[in-house]
Design a protein around this ligand. Structure first.
Ligand code: UT7
Length: 326
């Protein structure tokens, strides 16, 4: 059976760090509150003048370099992002051009914090179907471009970064095995950006009213995330008779340490089996999952079962069973 396997992981992390102490100077908050409620110590911030395409390009180049492949080997580039370089064309097209992937077609996937997992699923299906040989799936978000640094409820959470995976076909029992995704559009009210789209295009009024930033009712999102991320991962594991013992690592979206711990508990997974790097990067939206794979790559062995899971705006959520290929 033909499947898509991850054969390399790349990343890009901006150099500038925004610490909890820095945020204490911007809004009324404290290092203790942020650490206790979110688990975050610092995030990375991309300088002005650079956007998501720059970070995605660097992460993609890193993955290709690690695999030793030329960019012409890539057929498909998908960029997962909520902060595209421009409203159009797709950031994926800009990235494909920048890395020299001249044979590739591509597009962006926007499903809030689930963007990367959905993009990975679509790319894996294209490879499994024999339509595509090699794909780059890149999660890249410059969250600092849509965060209001006067709003303490959101500015302490998010950071900028990109992560990329290279997908190639395999006939072995490794790679993307299955996934289960769900969505509920009634969740839009709790997490969205009010202006900048077609219903409320940018205007002096929208800028004055600070409507071009992430709006989140954190407690509502938290309630849903705690339940749904674990439930969908549990359902996928049950479907394939996978128990906690079969899982090498649970790879959750990095939105809040408390959500991650609650999900691990429900899945009866000890925290040693849970990838977590939220402390250093915050919530990087589309980049959290590839960044986890990047950070833990050295601990993974061929055949390891991983369950990737996410919950985000939309609402969107899902889980994906991946067998590590190298
Ligand atoms: O990745 C996309 C999906 N997003 C998520 O999964 C995020 C889910 N939500 C969360 O992670 C949490 O809800 C937050 C971290 C956003 C907030 O934590 P919380 O424990 O849910 O706090 P809260 O919103 O219920 O606020 C509790 C109190 C409030 O004060 P009062 O009303 O009790 O007096 C807030 O005003 O904490 C206050 N507060 C803060 N205090 C200090 C909110 N933000 C801050 C802050 N510093 N930065």
């Amino acid at each position: 059976m033909r499947r898509a396997a991850i054969t390399a992981v790349g990343a890009y992390l901006p150099e500038k760090r925004l610490t909890n102490a820095d945020l204490e100077r911007l809004v009324e908050t404290s290092d203790e509150w942020i650490l206790e409620r979110t688990g975050i110590k610092e995030r990375r911030i991309l300088p002005r003048g650079k956007g998501s395409a720059f970070m995605a390009t660097e992460a993609a180049k890193d993955a290709l370099r690690k695999r030793g492949l030329p960019p012409e080997a890539i057929d498909l580039v998908i960029v997962a992002t909520v902060t595209p370089e421009h409203p159009f064309p797709a950031t994926a097209n800009i990235v494909a051009d920048a890395i020299g992937a001249r044979r590739a077609w591509g597009f962006d996937v926007e499903a809030a914090c689930s963007s990367f997992l959905y993009a990975l699923s679509v790319a894996a299906d294209s490879i499994a179907a024999g339509r595509v040989e090699r794909a780059l799936v890149i999660g890249s978000d410059k969250m600092s471009s849509i965060i209001d640094y006067r709003d303490r409820a959101t500015c302490v959470i998010f950071g900028d970064a990109a992560g990329a995976v290279l997908l190639e076909p395999t006939e072995e029992e490794v790679g993307v095995m299955d996934y289960l995704h769900q969505a509920d559009g009634s969740g839009c009210t709790f997490l969205h950006m009010k202006a900048g789209g077609s219903v409320l295009p940018p205007s002096v009024r929208t800028v004055r009213n600070r409507l071009h930033y992430v709006y989140q009712e954190g407690r509502q999102v938290f309630k849903h995330a705690v339940v749904q991320m674990a439930a969908v991962a549990e359902a996928l594991m049950k479907k394939h008779n996978l128990t906690a013992d079969d899982i090498a690592f649970f790879v959750p979206h990095q939105a809040n340490k408390r959500i991650i711990e609650a999900a691990a508990e429900r899945l009866r997974l000890p925290m040693e089996k849970v990838m977590m790097n939220i402390e250093r990067y915050g919530n990087t939206t589309s980049a959290t999952l590839p960044l986890c794979l990047y950070d833990y790559e050295g601990q993974l062995k061929k055949g390891d079962n991983l369950i990737l899971a996410t919950f985000g705006g939309g609402f969107t959520w899902g889980a994906l069973w991946l067998r590590w290929a190298y």
